[in-house]
Ligand binder design. Structure first.
Ligand SMILES: C[S@@+](CC[C@H](N)C(=O)[O-])C[C@H]1O[C@@H](n2cnc3c(N)ncnc32)[C@H](O)[C@@H]1O
Length: 221
């Protein structure tokens, strides 16, 4: 079974069971305790359009399962999803680049990264993603899009060539069924050759997962 297909197949299991340097395993044990405590403690206090805990956990599971290392997030806000992604890349040996346009939320996110212990894994940018994303060289193997819905499709079009084979472009809030921008985005990614798209319900907001078919995946496509 190819990697993209395996990832899709593993999503159900995740739902149920669930830089800048590469840390030693001993460091990770301490980090696990620290991040986990932070996320549990902050669970009900996020108030800046942050992803629900359940969706953060799904993102964490996806990055771990795919072994993804080059992660890009569009829409940091105060950093809830970023912390889950950074915790995952602390285990895969990767980093997360994340972009936020609002200075107040960006500064709060940076403080949260320090408090959670994951700052070394995050390259946080204060910028308009419309301008920044086209300048990012990539490649990326995991993208999480959670910013302006009317630009989701533009982000996908810009990044699709920068996503590595077997890598995935994911997007939040795709179960907003009356949103025409989300519909336009989903229609497009579902019809894009070389990508396989699935949607997980999670908290009810919905996360789309569009994975680029890799060389081994192509055999079973
Ligand atoms: C839904 S919130 C992100 C929540 C975050 N992923 C979390 O779970 O904590 C969307 C964020 O995207 C930011 N945003 C919207 N348009 C943007 C743009 N063009 N460039 C960068 N950030 C943008 C907003 O300022 C807002 O903080």
């Amino acid at each position: 079974m190819g990697r993209a297909k395996k990832l899709s197949a593993g999503i159900g299991a995740i739902l149920i069971s669930c830089a800048l340097h590469t840390p030693a395993p001993a460091e990770n044990a301490g980090l696990d305790t620290r991040v986990s405590r932070f996320l549990t403690g902050a669970r009900d206090s996020w108030s800046d359009w942050n992803v629900p805990y359940e969706d953060g956990k799904i993102l964490y599971g996806l990055v771990l399962k795919g072994g993804f290392k080059r992660v890009l997030e569009i829409g940091t806000s105060t950093g809830h999803s970023t912390i889950w992604l950074a915790w995952a890349v602390s285990k895969t040996g990767g980093t997360v680049t994340t972009v936020e346009v609002d200075k107040g939320r960006f500064e709060k996110a940076r403080a949260n990264f320090e408090n959670a212990g994951v700052a070394p894994y995050i390259d946080a940018r204060l910028a308009d993603a419309h301008d920044l994303v086209p300048t990012l060289e990539g490649p990326f193997d995991f993208v999480f899009c959670d910013a302006d819905k009317d630009w989701y499709l533009d982000y996908f079009k810009e990044l699709q060539r920068k996503i590595q084979p077997s890598g995935c472009f994911t997007a939040h809030n795709v179960l907003w069924s009356n949103n025409t921008d989300i519909k336009r985005f989903l229609d497009y990614v579902r019809q894009t050759p070389g990508f396989r798209t699935t949607i997980v319900r999670g908290s009810g907001e919905g996360i789309s997962i569009s994975c680029k078919v890799g060389p081994t995946d192509a055999r079973t496509w």
